[in-house]
Design a protein around this ligand. Structure first.
Ligand SMILES: Nc1nc2c(ncn2[C@@H]2O[C@H](COP(=O)(O)OP(=O)(O)OP(=O)(O)O)[C@@H](O)[C@H]2O)c(=O)[nH]1
Ligand SMILES: [Mg+2]
Length: 399
């Protein structure tokens, strides 16, 4: 029996089982079984190299955004409009068959937008090209879920379910559960508050299902069984998702208003080019990119090309900023001068742990000794004069 059939069988058993206090433990165990099988399903088959058929697109720019949606919702039309890269759009389904990349130039940064084939229900189990599409979605920084405003709202749930089945968690934060496997000592179970969904016995049973007999576990919030399984599996990807309702030109104003008021949603029309600027602004906001402009000593800042940092990818401290410029810069760094919203006063002298904000200006001040190879005459600065005069006594500089 294949993995998919096994999952189907367990799902059928769960549907048959009544939900009550007595069956709670059994249902928990079944959930863990499904999660384990789904993880197996995601592993590439033995003996084959991962990926395979050219769906991989090289990362480019400062961030990556994937367009996910049912066929014919207007993903390709959107790519062509936003990036200028042509992607075939037509009124029949499955027009796009591979991944087509385009570049959005926005706020001095370059963002890679990926047009993907439409996915359908069952994509997570490999229907259509679902598995490859979802793999690309996982490799991006945020997902734009493109929906047809004139079609059923159930589509959003179906797509979310498909993405959840492969370990993507949209607009959620990781559960507040501390979990650590141990070599000995049995299972220690603790919680900082009263739990209503999980108790010690259920937790033991699920750990048992994973053949974990020694571990430390601490609940910091009233988490559910699914949260617990996510933490044990440890391979979940937490991503931001914007729900983009396209084709608002064919629905009434009341519906547009209702859709636009839902959380994380943007309504647009590609045909009439409506609200695309709002979509870009929202996308930019959600990506949380930080632009830092450099300023050479005694000159105006260079506002032409920022250094782009991201809190998700690498971080936005002064240390990350320096590493971004040159890997040896940190060794020579004395401090940085910062202008912008992250500074308390202008300019602020900051160390490597200072967190930078978007649109900050930074001037790097290097250690003087290195700058002139330790030969030149130092200008008095901080605690160096004593050492300089020592050295000058030994070998006075000829002027
Ligand atoms: N009314 C209306 N039609 C649109 C809009 N945007 C796109 N369409 C139409 O929707 C159809 C499908 O567009 P595509 O861009 O090919 O859709 P897709 O999501 O890329 O489809 P697949 O590649 O098959 O997955 C085309 O006939 C477009 O002209 C819109 O804003 N309003
Ligand atoms: Mg398309």
């Amino acid at each position: 029996m294949g993995i998919i059939e096994k999952i189907k069988e367990i799902e059928a058993e769960m549907a048959r089982t009544q939900k009550n206090k007595a069956t709670e433990y059994h249902l928990g165990q079944l959930k863990a079984k499904i999660a384990k099988l789904r993880t197996q399903l995601l592993e590439p088959p033995k003996g084959s190299s991962a990926g395979g058929d050219g769906f991989e697109v090289t990362k480019f720019g400062h961030g990556r955004v994937a367009l996910i949606g049912f066929p014919s919702v207007g993903k390709s039309t959107m790519l062509t409009l936003l990036t200028g890269t042509h992607s075939e759009a037509a009124s029949y389904e499955f027009t796009t068959l591979t991944c087509i990349p385009g570049i959005i130039h926005y706020n001095d940064t370059k963002i890679q937008l990926l047009d993907l084939p439409g996915i359908i229900e069952g994509a997570s189990e490999g229907k259509g090209r679902g598995r490859q599409v979802i793999a690309v979605a996982k490799s991006s920084d945020i997902v734009l879920m493109v929906l047809d405003a004139s079609k059923s709202e159930g589509h959003r749930q179906i797509l979310t379910k498909e993405l959840e089945a492969v370990g993507l968690r949209l607009n959620k934060r990781p559960p507040q559960i501390y979990f650590k496997k141990k070599k000995t000592g049995g299972i220690s179970f603790n919680s900082t508050l009263t739990l209503t969904h999980v108790d010690e016995k259920l937790c033991y049973q699920i750990l048992h299902e994973y053949k974990i007999h020694n571990a430390e576990i601490l609940f910091r919030e009233d988490a559910t069984v699914d949260d617990l399984i996510d933490v044990i599996e440890g391979n979940r990807r937490y991503m931001k998702c914007i729900y983009v309702y396209n084709k608002i030109d064919v629905i009434g104003i009341d519906d547009v208003d209702r859709l636009a008021r839902q959380p994380n949603s943007v309504v647009i029309s590609c045909n009439l080019k409506l609200n695309l600027d709002r979509l870009l602004a929202k996308m930019w906001e959600e990506m949380g990119l930080v632009r830092v402009y450099t300023k050479p000593q005694g000159q105006q800042p260079d506002f032409s090309e920022p250094i782009v940092l991201s809190s998700d990818r690498g971080g936005c401290s002064v240390e990350d900023f320096c590493n971004h410029i040159h890997r040896n810069l940190l060794k020579d760094l004395k401090y940085v001068l910062v202008w912008g919203t992250s500074a308390r006063h202008y300019p602020q002298h900051c160390g490597i742990s200072h967190m930078l904000h978007d649109e900050d200006v930074v001037q790097v001040v290097k250690k003087k000794e290195r700058e002139d190879g330790g030969r030149g005459r130092f200008k008095s600065h901080s605690n160096t004069p004593a050492r300089i005069s020592d050295r000058e006594k030994k070998a006075p500089l000829k002027t």
